[in-house]
Design a protein around this ligand. Structure first.
Ligand code: FNR
Length: 185
């Protein structure tokens, strides 16, 4: 059976650059691995009362069941106030509970961060890395993937305009696939 990688964009907005990157990554579908975009759009804000089996929201149940199918993850994160957008942190928290049932545990991961600015969401990238140490997500160390000036990347059909940027994204995905295969051996 093919391994499955979930691609998670940390933004809710319709015209999100993170969602466009997620789509471009999904289109790079490597041989022998399925890339699928995962939605985190409909998860209520995590509340520890939801750990009570009688109070688990239906959307959490569906999300957790679906996420257990994935063997690894690529996170595409923007930056909010030099950190992780709340919607992405929320999905991470939902996936980490109840204690002992985290579906993040021991899964190979990569972080791609982007911003319309020049600092490329460095802050969000590294705050995510900090969470992943605790969650035992096996995060690719190198190459680090920072994307600056993301508002200049896409044409009106959401295709990447510049060949160099296409190459950069492909090389980042290839590095993750290598990392994933190494850990799955
Ligand atoms: C931002 N933005 C932003 N950008 C950045 O590089 N560093 C930052 O700290 C912030 N902070 C921030 C806070 C909030 C509340 C918003 C709404 C935005 C700008 C952000 O990078 C930009 O809106 C991106 O386009 C958001 O990503 P998506 O939605 O395009 O994926």
């Amino acid at each position: 059976m093919n391994n499955k990688i979930g691609i998670i964009a940390g933004s809710l907005r319709k015209e999100s650059f993170s969602k466009k990157i997620a789509k471009a990554v999904a289109d790079l579908q490597p041989e022998g691995i399925s890339f699928e975009i995962v939605s985190i759009d409909n998860l209520p804000i995590y509340n520890q009362d939801f750990d009570d089996l009688n109070d688990v929201p239906e959307s959490y149940k569906t999300f957790r069941t679906k996420m257990k199918e994935y063997d690894g993850f690529i996170f595409i994160t923007p930056e909010h106030n030099r950190s992780i957008p709340a919607v992405l942190k929320n999905a991470i928290d939902v996936g980490s509970r109840p204690t002992g049932e985290s579906f993040w545990d021991n899964k190979p991961a990569a972080i791609f961060s982007s911003s319309p600015g020049s600092i490329s969401a460095f802050g969000a990238n590294h705050h995510l890395r900090q969470c992943f140490v605790y969650l035992n997500l096996l995060t690719m160390q190198q190459p680090e993937v920072y994307i600056a000036n993301i508002s200049e990347w896409f044409d009106d059909n959401d295709n990447i305009k510049d060949e160099e940027n296409k190459k950069f994204l492909k090389s980042s995905v290839d590095a993750y696939v290598k990392w994933f295969n190494r850990l799955k051996e």
